[in-house]
Each structure stands twice: as structure tokens, then as C-alpha cells.
Design a protein around this ligand. Structure first.
Ligand SMILES: Cc1cc2nc3c(=O)[nH]c(=O)nc-3n(C[C@H](O)[C@H](O)[C@H](O)COP(=O)(O)OP(=O)(O)OC[C@H]3O[C@@H](n4cnc5c(N)ncnc54)[C@H](O)[C@@H]3O)c2cc1C
Length: 317
């Protein structure tokens, strides 16, 4: 175990608290790029966001072998070559416990002590039946336990304002989130949602079921919609939904020509994300987590509109 992990490092919860009474903290999520061109685009976005001083940045974890190696490398570079507090996502997909231990160690060697512990989805069919690795873990709560036993890490987990697609009901879904928090997770980040009521009800359910765990931050996941087809694909793959009123506003902007009316759809997407962000701020959300898709522009526009100092980041670089 590296010195960085043994000594501990700033946690996500500490990073959020350190922002004090200033504007609401925000964070950004990146995903592992597939090739050199995509990697260059990721780095352009990283450098733009870096100037806006997010509370943290996270790197998702892919399913394929070569993507995985690249993920560890790039997450390491985020941690060592930028000023960003880096969270690495970690999933149980196709990994034995020994491999998971080695991965945690690889992140720790790069000084990454914040991990988001996830079960992951079955490769190829995200909504399909889940089969654990024979020598792996079945659920994210076990991954939280595993990480906890490996050193001084700070772990977060996923939460689902609409309920996870395979949970029998919202009560079981809430119970699972509480299980993960009791296992030692310090906060959760939600699946992207478009109806703030879903987020508020999740928060209420956790507080009602377990006030101690309910005090831990539930960080809302947001994504400015820039294409109706893209938003539909994203919700289909994650088993979530676009509320009817949101769909209607986007469809109205798209009219008969989603391609020709791309800019109009994008403008509505930015409006919607701004409205959601403003409502979440007024409801006391601890931090706003933006899925950037490795682009900075749309998220920056939302941030600027909610009064975050974007430090000229929207100007040409
Ligand atoms: C913020 C966020 C980030 C994500 N990042 C990634 C990523 O980087 N890479 C990736 O591949 N995927 C990612 N995902 C997707 C995630 O892996 C899937 O949604 C997955 O299906 C569930 O993961 P989980 O960690 O919530 O699983 P779990 O908490 O293990 O839950 C999975 C299902 O099992 C049920 N369950 C859990 N424990 C028990 C138990 N003891 N008994 C009975 N049922 C139980 C739950 O209710 C749920 O239905 C992310 C999701 C979110 C919200």
C-alpha cells in the first residue's frame, strides 16, 4: 500500500465541506477515452474544468480489458498532473477479489484515495441478468467492505432517485443504499435524473429510515441534454426515464427535424439543466455532479448561468 493511501488524503466529503458558505460546489465526471483523439478531447475538457475549481473530478470504469488499463493510467494522470481531487470508479464486473485488491493498490500508488464502489452492469446488456465473478463480489456493499479493509480510503457509492432498475421496489432500493452507507461509504452520487422530486424523495426516504446515514451527502448527478436521441439512449441503457414534461419540451424544440433543430434542442437542454440545478441549490443539495461526456461547453454554460465563476473558461483557449 502506498504512502499516499496509508496517510489518507482529502476526502470528497472534506472537499465539499471546505467550500464553506460560498457558491454550491460542483464536480465533473469523465469517462475513459477510446483512442488518442478522444483522449486529447478529454484533456481539453479537463483543463477547462480545472480552471473552474471543481470540488472533485471522477473517472468512470469501463468493462473491457484495454479500456481498463487506460482508465487506471488516465485516472492516475488526473490525480498527479492536475489540481483536481480525483475519484476513481471501481466495478466488480469480471474481477476476482485478488484483481480488485490489485486495482485498488494501483490507484493508491497514484495517490488516489477516493473510490466510488460499484457493482457494475453485465457487459453487453446493462439491463440483463447479473452474474458475479466466481471469485469476486456480488454486490457493491461487499466492495465497500473490501476497500475498507485495504487502507485509509474514502469510499462513495451509487444511489438511484428512481430506484435501481433491478430493485423490486423503492423500499428495497433505499435499504440497499443504507446497507452500502453502513458498510462505510461516506456519501453517494446519484444516477442522472431529470425530476428533482425523485431526488428529494430519495433523500427523505434515507433520512426517515436511518437518520445517521441520511446525514451523509447524496450528490445529485446531472447532465445537460444536448441531443434528444442521446438522452433517450442514456436513459434506456440505465433503466431510468425522461419525465413527460421534459420530453415534451425537448420534442417541441426538435419539431420535425431533430438534426436541423439541434441548436434549439441543446438550448432547451441547457435551460432544463439550469432549472434543475437552481432547484437543487434551493433544496440544499451538497454539490452538483455533472456528467460531462468529456466535453466542457454545455456544463460550463449551466455553471455560468447558476453563478459559478467559470474564470473565462468559455472564452476560446
Ligand atoms: C453515480 C454512478 C456512477 C456509475 N459509474 C459506473 C462506472 O464507472 N462503471 C460502470 O460499469 N457502471 C457504473 N455505474 C452503473 C452501476 O454500476 C449500475 O447501475 C449497477 O447496475 C448497479 O451498481 P450498484 O453499485 O448500485 O450495485 P448494488 O448496490 O450492488 O445494487 C445492484 C442491485 O442489487 C440489489 N442488491 C444489492 N445488495 C443486495 C443484497 N444484499 N440483497 C439483495 N439485493 C441486493 C440492489 O437493490 C440493486 O438492485 C454507475 C452508476 C451511478 C449511479
Amino acid at each position: 500500500m502506498s504512502a499516499a493511501a496509508r496517510a489518507g488524503g482529502q476526502s470528497v466529503v472534506e472537499a465539499i465541506a471546505a467550500r464553506g458558505s460560498g457558491p454550491v460546489p460542483f464536480s465533473v465526471e469523465f469517462f475513459p477515452p477510446r483512442d488518442a483523439e478522444a483522449e486529447a478531447r478529454l484533456w481539453r475538457a479537463v483543463r477547462i474544468f480545472e480552471r473552474m475549481n471543481p470540488a472533485f473530478a471522477s473517472m468512470t470504469y469501463g468493462a473491457g480489458g484495454s479500456t481498463r488499463d487506460r482508465t487506471v493510467r488516465i485516472a492516475g494522470e488526473l490525480a498527479t498532473e492536475t489540481t483536481l481531487l480525483t475519484i476513481a470508479h471501481l466495478t466488480a464486473v469480471n474481477h476476482s477479489v485478488d484483481e480488485l485488491r490489485a486495482l485498488v493498490g494501483a490507484y493508491a500508488d497514484k495517490g488516489i484515495v477516493n473510490l466510488l464502489a460499484l457493482r457494475g452492469d453485465p457487459p453487453g446488456d446493462p439491463l440483463g441478468a447479473w452474474t458475479a465473478h466466481p471469485d469476486g463480489v456480488e454486490y457493491a456493499s461487499e466492495l465497500v467492505d473490501l476497500i475498507d479493509g485495504l487502507g485509509d480510503f474514502h469510499t462513495g457509492v451509487a444511489s438511484f432517485p428512481e430506484g435501481h432498475h433491478s430493485a423490486p421496489d423503492l423500499a428495497a432500493d433505499t435499504e440497499n443504499l443504507i446497507r452500502k452507507l453502513r458498510a462505510g461509504a461516506e456519501y453517494s452520487v446519484t444516477q442522472v435524473f431529470f425530476d428533482v422530486e425523485d431526488y428529494l424523495r430519495l433523500r427523505d426516504r434515507v433520512v426517515a429510515a436511518d437518520p445517521e446515514q441520511g446525514a451523509k451527502p447524496i450528490i445529485p448527478g446531472l447532465m445537460p441534454i444536448t441531443s434528444l436521441a442521446g438522452a433517450r439512449r442514456m436513459t434506456e441503457l440505465s433503466g431510468s426515464r425522461i419525465p413527460a414534461d421534459v420530453e415534451e419540451r425537448l420534442a417541441r424544440a426538435a419539431g420535425d427535424g431533430p438534426e436541423e433543430n439541434r441548436e434549439a434542442v441543446r438550448a432547451v437542454g441547457i435551460d432544463l439543466c439550469t432549472e434543475t440545478s437552481e432547484r437543487l441549490i434551493s433544496e440544499g443539495a451538497p454539490c452538483l455532479h455533472f456528467c460531462s461526456l468529456n466535453f466542457a461547453k454545455a456544463t460550463s454554460e449551466v455553471l455560468e448561468r447558476i453563478g459559478i465563476d467559470t474564470r473565462g473558461a468559455l472564452a476560446p483557449v
